[in-house]
Design a protein around this ligand. Sequence first.
Ligand code: PEP
Length: 249
Amino acid sequence: MIRQKIVAGNWKMNGSKESIVSLVSGLLKMKDSNSEVVIAPSFPYLSQVCDLVDASSLVLAAQNISHEVKGAYTGEVSASMLGDFGVKYVLLGHSERRSIYGETDAIVASKVKTALEFRLTPMLCIGETLEERQSNQTLAVCERQLQAVIALVGIESFEKMVVAYEPVWAIGTGLSASAEQAQEVHESIRAFLAKSSESVSQKVQILYGGSVKASTSSALFQMPDVDGALVGGASLDAEEFIAIIKAAG
Ligand code: PEP
């Protein structure tokens, strides 16, 4: 099964009107790639970036949504609003949302359900902490996080989703998992999904995230179950991000 690679940049809570113009214009100089290239700005800049990427192949993602559809939820952003800005993907279950903002497996699953209802493609982030890895809980944690979503929306919905394996110990630490470590977990994630549906497991794109840099990305992309990358820090530098996109082929 040939799965198109995705290289997604998560800008987190970074950027200004000015810096975003220069970052996006840097990215627009890149030649078309065989991979799908996605960028996830903070909410206030979605409209600006939507205009800047218009008519290019760059694809927009949001970093979060409310699990509620609309109404009295001060400070929240709904899935339907994102449709107005040409957003295709939404990051859900990012470890920073889980650990800093207390998003449980159940909350993440309900956000996935809402995203799907509004035709957004969830990029479902899963992954273990260092402590969990050291106590051999890596797969148990990933399976628990996946199972909460399967139980709510069903395995068939994974055809309309992307999974991002992001070991928490590798996010923003400079400590990337090796290509072999990533492959081992990606293969197990696919095998776990295959228990519910072999065909879905073959189709779903599984991205690796955690301190991906241009220098480490080619080895990662050669792994058979690594279908791309979710990139944080390195996606804020157009040259570095383009080098990662080139490595994806
Ligand atoms: C992320 O935010 O999803 C991420 C992987 O960050 P970084 O690349 O900075 O580790």
